[in-house]
Design a protein around this ligand. Structure first.
Ligand code: HEM
Length: 361
């Protein structure tokens, strides 16, 4: 340690005097202290999520992202996952307050509301939630009920780049989409057609289906076949994007698929971890929204919120539709069993190993 280093006192280092002096209930109700501290604890965790998210954005928002930076990004994103797991549990502490106790001081909160949590809005925007995809609970933008300073921060965070955008660009640059002479996508398409034909035979020959079942299953199979046009045909992909059913670019979609299909290859392991961590973060925010919505229903039933929304009904809708990395979840549609995967030529296999592997010159 630096000999010039000034001794530090625990409470001074953590500014506990300030931290522990900013809980000011507006009523005499015992549980208002719980309500304040739980919210403050959430906001501290939101702060750390933003700290890590910003660093990941800085690491990934480059024309070339070094493999070790991808590793660092994954580590920090995994920390966000762990924070999310912890904060979902915070709701159980708040639920030791009964709905009747909450009613004792609820009125002093109006019109303050969690919907004014600017840090929560920053997280959503930095992850990549699009302004137009938000569920609205009154006419006008979500920032209508924010202070001018908070509104400026929220608006600025919409300018990006968001995590979705940097990941989209990074995936789109993957060098593994073309393998020289090897026509991967033609082989993959052949494998998909083989798989769908196999499914068709199962439907046609299954003794458990009657004619109506069989017809329905064949129609479903046709839909699955059509959905594959997203990865086979750039024009079809563009139509999915236009209709708001897909967001990742065509190249990024193929890259993500390749990573998921060949995730065992050494060079694709880190990208695979990155994609799965993004799925986890998205899933846990959805879980957070569900958990919050359920707690709200338990506390206020069908009453409107202090911020003026329909309460539980509005929050349940956000849980359904505020996911950002939906495309990554839906990539599973395009996975095929390992046994059907096109075998990669030896030079391609070599390219998917790390450069400095033993035996390589
Ligand atoms: C008794 C406890 C709680 C109740 C009854 C409650 C109720 C509500 C309601 C009704 C809304 C919708 C907006 C409105 O009309 O006000 C909302 C939004 C929100 N609340 Fe809570 N809440 C509680 C606790 C918490 C806690 C502990 C947090 C942690 C920070 C939180 C964070 C949020 C956030 C971030 C939103 C915005 C959600 C969105 O618009 O997507 N709430 N809350």
């Amino acid at each position: 340690m630096d000999s010039q280093h000034k001794p530090v006192y625990y409470g001074t280092y953590l500014h506990l005097d300030r931290l522990l002096d900013c809980q000011e209930p507006h009523s005499e109700v015992h549980d208002e202290m719980l309500f304040i501290i739980v919210h403050q604890a959430f906001e501290l965790w939101f702060k750390l999520i933003l700290h890590d998210l910003d660093s990941v954005l800085a690491l990934m928002n480059r024309d070339y992202v070094d493999e070790s930076d991808v590793g660092l990004a994954v580590t920090r994103l995994q920390r966000i996952v762990e924070i999310q797991r912890v904060i979902i549990e915070h709701f159980t502490v708040l639920e030791t307050m009964t709905p009747l106790d909450f009613l004792e001081f609820r009125d002093v909160l109006v019109p303050a509301s969690g919907s004014q949590s600017v840090q929560f809005r920053l997280i959503e925007n930095k992850l990549g939630l699009l302004h137009d995809r938000r569920v609205r609970f009154y006419s006008g933008d979500y920032w209508r009920n924010l202070s001018d300073a908070d509104r400026a921060r929220a608006e600025a965070s919409e300018q990006g780049p968001s995590l979705f955008e940097v990941i989209d660009r990074w995936l789109g640059r993957t060098p593994f989409l073309n393998f020289g002479d090897f026509q991967f996508w033609r082989s993959y398409r052949g494998a998909v057609e083989g798989m769908l034909e196999n499914d068709r035979q199962i439907i046609l020959n299954s003794p458990t289906f009657n004619d109506t079942d069989r017809e329905r299953q064949l129609a479903n199979l046709e839909k699955t076949r059509e959905s594959f046009s997203l990865v086979f045909d750039p024009d079809a992909h563009a139509r999915f994007v236009e209709a708001g059913q897909w967001r990742l670019s065509f190249d990024s979609t193929l890259a993500a698929l390749l990573i998921l299909l060949y995730r065992d290859r050494p060079i694709l392991q880190q990208p695979f971890r990155l994609l799965t961590t993004l799925i986890e973060i998205d899933e846990l925010f959805t879980a957070w929204r569900h958990r919050h919505a359920m707690m709200v229903q338990r506390m206020i039933g069908a009453k409107i919120g202090t911020g003026g929304s329909s309460g539980h009904d509005y929050l349940a809708k956000t849980a359904q539709s505020h996911s950002v990395f939906t495309d990554l979840f839906n990539m599973s549609t395009y996975l095929i069993p390992r046994s059907l995967l096109p075998e990669l030529p030896p030079d391609v296999e070599r390219a998917l190993r790390f450069v400095h592997e033993a035996g390589d010159a």
